[in-house]
Design a protein around this ligand. Structure first.
Ligand SMILES: [Zn+2]
Length: 266
């Protein structure tokens, strides 16, 4: 009953907002939300010597630094700038409360622990996710891992009406993010393109997954997996400050090109 009421409400909101003409005359990308994954008691995934929460904070601060330096008219809001814990719900709340125009969540990837060393050596590269309900294979693993922080939160059963495998959730996902899906894919494609052509990374492409932080942000949103901590070579590379700089400037250039393209449609 509760779920039905929420579905109804969201359908109503979606219909209302989609029938409102989009103001195109002076639209500017003014505020970007940068979301370093995990933090505090949630380390994220771990390599042999790297914690995801530390690595992604370093890269996120570099991305924000480039934006502040080269696009001074854009306001950069971080969901965290230190090693502190934020609830999964807290991240989109920061984004929505600050009227973000774009949400970029930065993470590092991993294969499950029981995967063979041979496979861990073979799988590396970047992936950028947009919201979607196509939870199969590895996309499902990523959504389970990146959503699992909910379990570290007290009262999570009360706080989250969220079950990525339920049909209601699938409907909600397609409704809430569909308005932003086109632009999310546009930005995600630019990021992966930058990684492949300019940053010297191997791009595994743009993918879809049911990720809570993408689902609940009211703006185009992407989640970038900058590489696999379960791949020994890539783990080492990701700790190299110059490679971190390449990755961060790739995300920056993709954001800049996205902003220019969106604003040129005015
Ligand atoms: Zn993560």
């Amino acid at each position: 009953m509760k779920n039905n009421a929420i579905v109804f409400l969201l359908i109503a909101i979606t219909l209302l907002t989609s029938s409102t003409p989009i103001p195109t005359s002076d639209f500017k990308v003014k505020t970007v939300i940068i979301d370093p994954g995990h933090g505090g008691k949630d380390p994220g995934t771990q390599g042999k010597f790297t914690k995801e929460k530390d690595l992604v904070l370093d890269v996120s601060l570099k991305v924000g630094g480039y934006i502040e330096e080269y696009l001074p008219d854009v306001k950069v809001i971080y969901t965290r700038t230190t090693d502190n814990f934020i609830t999964l719900k807290g991240r989109p709340k920061i984004a929505n409360d600050n009227n973000g125009d774009v949400f970029i969540s930065i993470h590092a990837n991993a294969l499950p622990a029981d995967v063979s060393a041979e496979r861990k050596n073979a799988i590396y590269g970047t992936e950028t996710y947009v919201m979607g309900a196509q939870n199969t294979g590895r996309n499902l693993e990523v959504s389970k891992r990146e959503n699992s922080v909910i379990l570290l939160e007290e009262d999570y059963e009360k706080e989250y009406d969220f079950d990525p495998s339920s049909p209601e959730s699938a409907i909600l996902f397609s409704l809430t993010q569909s308005a932003f899906q086109y632009n999310s894919i546009k930005l995600a494609t630019k990021i992966e393109d930058q990684f492949e052509r300019r940053a010297g990374r191997r791009s595994l492409g743009v993918k879809q997954s049911s990720l809570y932080v993408l689902w609940s942000t009211a703006m185009p949103s992407v989640l970038v997996e900058i590489g696999f901590l379960t791949n020994p070579k890539e783990e080492k590379e990701l700790n190299d400050p110059s490679i971190q700089g390449n990755i961060a400037s790739g995300i920056f250039r993709a954001f800049r090109d996205y902003k220019n393209e969106i604003e040129s449609l005015n």
